[in-house]
Design a protein around this ligand. Sequence first.
Ligand code: PMV
Length: 327
Amino acid sequence: MRGSCVARANIALAKYWGKSDEALNLPAVPSVSLTLDALRTETTVTRDPSLTEDVVTLDGQALEGDGAAKVSRFLDRIRAHTTLRDAGDRFARVETQNHFPSASGLASSASGFAALAGAAARAYDVTLDHDALSALARQGSASAARSIYGGWVELPAGVPGDASLAARAIFPADHWDVSLVIALVTRAPKSVASRDGMRRTAKTSPYYAAWLASAPILAAQVRDAIERRDLEAVGAAMEASTFAMHASAWAAQPGVRYIRGLTLDLLDRVENLRRHGTGVWATMDAGPHVKALCLSSDAESVASALRGVGGVVEVRIARPGAGIDVS
Ligand code: PMV
């Protein structure tokens, strides 16, 4: 009747942006990510026969409207595996706690849908292996497919119609001791949801075709460089992927721009650190925050340099983390 799951956010080093199949939520390009220890989501799903609909809370606040409907639709996919579609104990209470700001480009949908998949499968007594959970989580948010696994993870591009697409772990968390130093630019929610930003980019950006052509090459470079533990090569390909993704979005009509002034100040600081000999490279997702990749031995000094950039709200250090824990 009850399942709990802890999942951790992941940050893409080679970005996913754009879908090959909107209905199945399949990515148009391959992506490569690192699951992080510091950004955790905990979700508990409790089936309750007294309920006449699903009740969803996020960080203690009732979730209504589109957000709650999306969670219910997700639960329907789990319930479709059971025989209790019409039974009284169909509905559930879903309680989620994010240990970082939600919906601000800090990958809360990734850990959120991964945690929901694990907790709901347990609560509804549906046995799914990690591959099946990853494919399921992907339907909530494609990046969530990657958070099922710990360490270094790849999500291939989806062939339209292939509902089974799942992420796969490529190297374990202890493959390489790097850190992502995360500089928060604001606590406000992001301006354009990634789903809408991608759609607008695909429909209107003259650079979308160029993005589709370059993303698989960059993803292969990131993957090979991770295998060799070559930080400079990972960093260069990660920045190229980041800037190509943001440029394709920025060229949409109207432009989808996640980068703010403070984002640029942080990028300047990262470049400056690099000029002075620290191996550090930056990435941004569908939000203004900057995540700087470096060796863990440099993480404290990178964090203090980023803390020194005026206006930065918070800086945290995240290390490679584990996949989901279901209980
Ligand atoms: O899966 P979504 O809808 O949260 O989109 C994720 C998009 C990026 O974070 C920008 C890139 C990525 O691969 O995580």
